[in-house]
Design a protein around this ligand. Sequence first.
Ligand SMILES: NC(=O)c1ccc[n+]([C@@H]2O[C@H](COP(=O)([O-])OP(=O)(O)OC[C@H]3O[C@@H](n4cnc5c(N)ncnc54)[C@H](O)[C@@H]3O)[C@@H](O)[C@H]2O)c1
Length: 253
Amino acid sequence: MNYPNLLQGRRVLVTGGARGLGYAFAQAIAQAGARVVIADILAGRVQQAACELSAQGLDVSGVSLDLADPASITRCLERTVERLGGLDGLVNNASITNSGGKRCEELDIETWDQVMQVNVRGTWLMTCAALPALRQSGRGAIVNLASDTPLWGAPNLLAYVASKGALIAMTRSLARELGGDNITINAIAPGLVQVEATAYVPEARHRLYIEQRAIQRPQLPDDVSGAVLFALSDLSRFITGQTLPVNGGFVMP
Ligand SMILES: NC(=O)c1ccc[n+]([C@@H]2O[C@H](COP(=O)([O-])OP(=O)(O)OC[C@H]3O[C@@H](n4cnc5c(N)ncnc54)[C@H](O)[C@@H]3O)[C@@H](O)[C@H]2O)c1
């Protein structure tokens, strides 16, 4: 994924950039000319990821972040703005799943609350923390990583699905709140992507997803990166409040 000048000079924060999709997004965004900060709860791994990407000649640095902790969110934003000298883009990518494989009555309240705390409250607080810098940018863009699971009603994953449905709803409301500041906000809804975090999903389930796609092959992180680049770039300045499924045609809402 290489569009050298698409995000030239932009300053972008990617949460959850230590591995998986967030890492791929950070790489693609930096290859498109942006300066990038990746933030993650995996403090050692986020520094390692930043080193790897820097060794490729990309402008990427790492900071630690715990989205469950409001003070950590504030610190992360302060450090990001200090390093980048401002902020033009925020990719709300970090999240937890935790509730996989359990029926609704098997879920415990602690798990439900953890998922909501990180995925929903954390994204809300991170967005608020970034707003002053995004307003100052004059052309801010926010990308929320939702999922296609709330679009087709994935079973046995209720807390996660509810949290991603909340992100889609928040994206719509926030688009109206932020439009006057020339800040766009859109959600990307990937299907099942082959990454470390989905290695636990049985092979048979992966096959089922592939068979039900219009494009019948495994989904890889780079399949999602293009949508993120588009949502951060000037190509999408009049698109806001939208949710874009990126799943090879698994659902077509
Ligand atoms: N992989 C998929 O199939 C898939 C499908 C649809 C949507 N998504 C979404 O894409 C995004 C990335 O998913 P992924 O598959 O790369 O998963 P992942 O678990 O590899 O990435 C999530 C990142 O967030 C970080 N994180 C977790 N809790 C945190 C916290 N409290 N504070 C800061 N960072 C924290 C993790 O350390 C990790 O690096 C997520 O929002 C996920 O819901 C993924």
